[in-house]
Design a protein around this ligand. Structure first.
Ligand code: AMP
Length: 398
């Protein structure tokens, strides 16, 4: 059975087709500038020498998905003869609130629930829903599954997810920690168990998803018991452009000093802060590391603050779990940034955490990077959220 995985952003759409008989990727692509003019679809058939680039007007997600269907069935660079060959479609959906703790087959009730969750994820759920409704219209007979970023974290105990606010805000508005990047944390935790050759149900893991967005999770006996992102993806670690944790009083202080509304300040915390805000250089760690080479003090500080915050959470989760078997690094920075992994794990040897500096000189490859005598294993595991979505979609629809 072949499964189409779709991840819709506000003006973009990423897709993959996987053959689930052997979980192999057979095609992938990206549509950009949907509804903005200059829309473009870049489609890649695995094994083909060149990408197909389709530049045509796509004024909404429905038109974009129609172009994806045309690319997938194209006689030169397509991978299926007709859409009937697709067994199911898996959609990445960011927020399911407390409604769903696992992936689910999409029907009208699910769509209604996701619409109700829009106020919890106003930037993310609307484009996810656009993708779902477009596929429903264009491919009415194909079953669809929603796979949620929040689902994996639903196992957190109340002491991890309740904020110390008047309790009625949780009851009335659902204000609590939800956590995000759930499919990534789940995937790397399962891979870690396979690499360590131990059941996930007997392991204490800290998974560090360090990309442009970044989060850390504590996974005890296969269940997430805490995670650094909160009600929204703004909380927790320092990120590319997001501040992560800060004193909430800063928001009204900046608002009054700069003559801005609370929403405008939140926008600054989301888009102009993080390592970009501290360094003044870029949100991309490669640019910041270049700036470090030319002596930028603020670039050095940005990297130190980022590493400090990751270590802070590692320490907290180690205490919460009363022990630790492995720390996993994944996503753009976690998989590729050799120096950052060193900065994070430096001087943790009294906690039984010892990096092997030579083994650490690797990028984007599943491997153990801790020293042989490190009590806690350090693992580099490239994430694969699409595979998790395809697996759940296949399991629910086969
Ligand atoms: P992601 O959000 O997981 O796609 O991660 C994207 C981020 O990974 C980029 O913004 C960079 O900061 C970081 N990144 C990617 N490649 C490298 C690299 N070779 N060295 C350092 N950082 C990298």
């Amino acid at each position: 059975m072949k499964v189409l995985v779709i991840n819709c952003g506000s003006s973009s759409l990423k897709y993959q087709v996987l053959d689930m008989t052997n979980e192999s990727l057979i095609a992938k692509g990206l549509v950009e500038r949907i509804g903005l003019g200059g829309s473009v679809l870049k489609h890649e058939k695995v094994g083909a020498a060149e990408k197909a680039v389709i530049e045509t007007s796509m004024k909404d997600h429905k038109e974009a998905i129609a172009q994806v269907i045309a690319a997938l069935t194209n006689k030169d660079y397509g991978v299926i003869s007709s859409m009937e060959e697709l067994g199911a479609i898996g959609h990445r959906v960011v927020h399911a609130g407390e409604k769903y703790a696992a992936s689910i087959i999409i029907d009208d009730t699910v769509i209604k629930v996701l619409e109700d969750c829009v106020e919890l994820a106003p930037l993310h759920n609307p484009p996810n829903l656009l993708g779902i409704t477009a596929c429903k219209e264009l491919l009415p007979g194909t079953p669809m599954v929603a796979v949620f970023d929040t689902a994996f974290h639903q196992t957190m105990p109340a002491e991890s997810y309740i904020y110390a606010l008047p309790y009625e805000y949780y009851e009335k508005y659902g204000i609590r920690r939800y956590g995000f990047h759930g499919t990534s944390h789940k995937y790397v935790a399962e891979r870690a168990a396979a690499i360590l050759d131990k059941p996930l149900s007997q392991l204490k893991l800290i998974t560090c998803h360090l990309g442009n967005g970044a989060s850390v999770s504590a996974i005890k006996n296969g269940k997430c018991i805490d995670t650094s992102m909160g009600f929204t993806p703004l909380e927790g670690l320092v990120m590319g452009t997001r501040s992560g944790d800060l004193d909430p009083a800063i928001i009204s202080f900046i608002a009054s000093k700069e003559g801005k509304s609370a929403d405008e300040v939140i926008n600054i915390l989301n888009k102009e802060s993080g390592v970009l805000g501290i360094s003044g250089v870029s949100s991309d760690f490669r640019d910041i590391e270049e700036a470090v080479k030319s002596g930028s003090e603020r670039a050095i500080l940005a990297l130190k603050v980022f590493a400090h915050r990751v270590r802070f959470y590692i320490g907290a989760y180690l205490a919460e779990m009363n022990g630790l078997d492995a720390i996993i690094f994944t996503a753009g920075v976690g998989e590729n940034d050799i120096d950052m992994r060193e900065l994070i794990t430096n001087e943790l040897n009294r906690l039984g955490i010892k990096l092997d500096l030579v083994k650490n000189k690797v990028r984007g490859k599943e491997t153990i990077i801790s020293a042989d005598d490190s009590k806690v294993k350090l693992l580099l595991i490239p994430t694969n959220e699409e595979l998790v979505i395809a697996r759940d979609t296949y399991a629910l629809t086969k």
